[in-house]
Design a protein. Structure first.
Length: 124
């Protein structure tokens, strides 16, 4: 918004480009406000087999879910959490929220999913 305000101050003619830039800035601001108001706080959990997203304090039973790292800036991660029902949650996690657990989270996010080995009876 600051760049747009500077452009208005420096520019001598207000044309269609200014109107488009103003419209884009207003739409972007409205989308950011809507996203901020509808965000949900919760806890991300990893049980060694699948990821869980807990919003009420009770982790649900295990269901197929995936977690993908979209952006990694060392002290923050943008993650995409997807359930089997194709429900997507975008999560921004930061080191400052729980610095003592940050490296645990990073290891879990980047570790491969554990494959379940088939049970073989003894003697086979």
């Amino acid at each position: 918004m600051g760049v747009l305000a500077l452009w208005v101050l420096v520019s001598s003619a207000w044309g269609w480009r200014f109107a488009v830039a103003l419209l884009v800035a207003v739409c972007t601001g409205a989308a950011a406000l809507l996203s901020w108001q509808t965000r949900c706080n919760g806890q991300l959990g990893w049980d060694g087999e699948c990821w869980h997203w807990d919003t009420l304090g009770d982790l649900p039973k295990a269901e197929e879910s995936t977690l993908s790292v979209i952006v990694d800036v060392q002290s923050g991660l943008l993650l995409l959490f997807e359930t089997a029902g194709n429900i997507k949650h975008w999560l921004w996690v930061e080191q400052v929220s729980q610095p003592e657990r940050w490296m645990d989270l990073r290891r879990a996010v980047y570790s491969p999913r554990r494959e379940v080995a088939p049970f073989l009876p003894p003697g086979n």
